[in-house]
Design a protein around this ligand. Structure first.
Ligand code: B12
Ligand code: SF4
Length: 462
């Protein structure tokens, strides 16, 4: 008899030096446990397992079903993992972004798979296990794609408070680390799903446009549980749009202050979502870092990307955080149509003067299902290049290659931007003092080392 009903597994990944908890899988694991299934999670990158010990662990579990997850850029790894674990189980299912975007085609691409879970996976995964348990009586459940059978999409969960919490007890969560972690004991969480904005490059395959949020009470209950039961001191909230409803952010922060939660946290936000008052309150509630999708310091580029935001809003949000004592991270895109390698350096000037603490410059990736991808295909601007940034998890990535740019231009511009932003004596001194005052010298030095290693390796320059 199998020791577990289902094992959700992530195979070794040589490109990920600092893996984060597999949150999507942990949500699915929580739902399966609640439904009475015996579940295990084997996270090779998180546990630092070699391929041999990963396979040994999975074999020992004797799982009737194995579940895999994956994003499109990792599709080769998904296929590798599927081939590796196939002999160790009776059934193999894939969920996550890649399965959701490409549906039945993935079953052709990866013959080892028996089924796909499309979209948010909690309810469909439970229904699939029950369907397999019933010897496939009736049609496949909603949200499940099986070879040669009709597919019916599952309804997206509207009441996120009703979901089981991620089954964090199934992974060695004390081992996870994050570049922007500010204290020992790190994990991630999600307080809302979806985003109503329409940025051309954004892949909303899984959670789509309708924004669904957990109540402030449920979010803060989970935070309290993380702090008390898991010893979490530093938390990253990975919502697409955490600050969309201001009153909910206010309620979350006030409840954190009232309950005296001693948590440091980071969130991702739009630049139109953080005002000076809100930043002050977030700082009082333990917010240490906000990452903004700044994208560009050029308004025409923002309009091209349909960001529905202005350069002025970015300046104001960054200033509001700075005044409140919150560090800012800006995500900035390189190779936007209409910009040239020279004009992109204007964004560098903007970034330096706006007082941003950290920047992640990335090339624009056209993902299937986005408007940018359709445009790239129509105009012949789609390419795959080795131009990555210091924190990219890929060796090659889908890259927009508009007129006026070559792979070499992108690589050189990225290096100039990173060097121009980070290698400033005044900036480095200021950051060192701030990090020291905040007791964050070690984590910040780690971040600096990652960037320096990438910069000095010169691997971007053709
Ligand atoms: C947090 C995050 C990260 C984190 C952590 C990833 C992780 N280990 O979990 C970090 C920062 C490391 C990261 C890195 C990257 N990311 Co990322 N990331 C996200 C983000 C913001 C949230 C993911 C999340 O936790 N969602 C919440 C959970 C609940 O949803 P979920 O993961 O989709 O899981 C649900 C379903 O998919 C399904 N499911 C998932 N797995 C499984 C497995 C089974 C068996 C079943 C049944 C169901 C199932 O059920 C889950 C519960 O409903 C998403 C945007 C988004 N909103 O999804 C982008 C996103 C997934 N990332 C993206 C990309 C491109 C990347 C990178 C490739 C970027 C880069 N160039 O390096 C790297 C890849 C790193 C790697 N090797 O994995 C893209 C994916 C695009 C695509 N078509 O694949 C997204 C969609 C961002 C975007 N809008 O463009 N990412
Ligand atoms: S980039 Fe951000 S604001 Fe734009 S659609 Fe995606 S999640 Fe929403």
């Amino acid at each position: 008899m199998s020791r577990v009903d289902i094992a959700l597994v992530r195979g070794p990944d040589a490109n990920t030096s600092m893996p984060l908890p597999p949150l999507g899988m942990l949500y699915v694991a929580g739902a399966l446990e609640r439904a009475g299934f015996r579940v295990a999670v084997v996270d090779a990158p998180g546990e630092g397992l070699s391929q041999a010990s990963f396979l040994q662990r999975v074999r020992m579990l004797g799982a009737a079903v194995i579940g895999l997850s994956g994003m499109t850029p990792m599709k080769d790894q998904i296929a590798r993992d599927a081939a590796m674990v196939r002999p160790l189980t009776g059934r193999l299912v894939l969920g996550g972004v890649h399965a959701t975007r490409f549906g039945a085609a993935v079953l052709d691409e990866i013959p080892e798979l028996d089924a796909l879970v499309i979209g948010e996976g909690e309810a469909p995964a439970v229904a699939l296990m029950q369907w397999w348990g019933s010897n496939e009586a009736g049609p496949p459940p909603a949200g499940v794609q099986v070879r040669g059978r009709p597919f019916v999409p599952a309804a997206v969960p509207k009441d996120l408070d009703a979901l089981a919490r991620p089954a964090r007890h199934l992974v060695p969560h004390a081992r996870y680390r994050y570049l922007f972690q500010t204290r020992p004991g790190f994990t991630t969480m999600i307080s809302s799903r979806g985003c109503p904005f329409r940025c051309t490059f954004c892949d909303k395959t899984v959670s789509g446009s309708p924004w669904r949020a957990r109540s402030a009470g449920d979010v803060v209950d989970e935070m309290e549980q993380l702090s008390v039961d898991f010893g979490v001191g530093s938390l990253c909230i990975f919502d697409d749009n955490f600050t969309l409803r201001r009153s909910r952010v206010v309620d979350i922060c006030e409840a954190m202050i009232r309950r005296d939660l001693d948590l440091h946290w980071k969130c991702e936000a739009r630049v139109d979502g953080v005002t000076p008052d809100l930043a002050k309150l977030m700082a009082r509630a333990g917010c240490k870092t906000v990452a903004f999708g700044v994208e560009s310091g050029n308004q025409d580029s923002l309009d091209f990307l349909r960001k529905d935001q202005t350069v002025g809003q970015a300046e104001a949000a960054i200033a509001a955080c700075g005044t409140a004592g919150i560090e800012t991270v800006a995500y900035v895109l390189v190779g936007i149509p209409g910009e040239t390698p020279e004009s992109t350096l204007e964004t560098l000037r903007f970034a330096r003067s706006a007082g941003i603490d950290f920047i992640q410059f990335s090339t624009l990736s056209p993902f299937p299902g986005t408007d940018l991808y359709d445009l790239a295909m129509e105009r012949g601007w789609y390419a795959e290049t080795a131009v990555t940034n210091p924190v990219d998890g890929e060796e090659r990535r889908a890259t927009l290659m508009p007129p006026g740019w070559s792979e070499d231009d992108l690589a050189r511009t990225l290096r100039k931007l990173y060097g121009g932003f980070y290698l400033r004596p005044g900036y480095l001194a200021k950051q060192a003092v701030r990090a020291h005052q905040a007791g964050m010298l070690a984590p910040r030095a780690r971040l600096g080392l990652e960037v320096a290693r990438w910069y000095l390796s010169g691997r971007q320059v053709a």
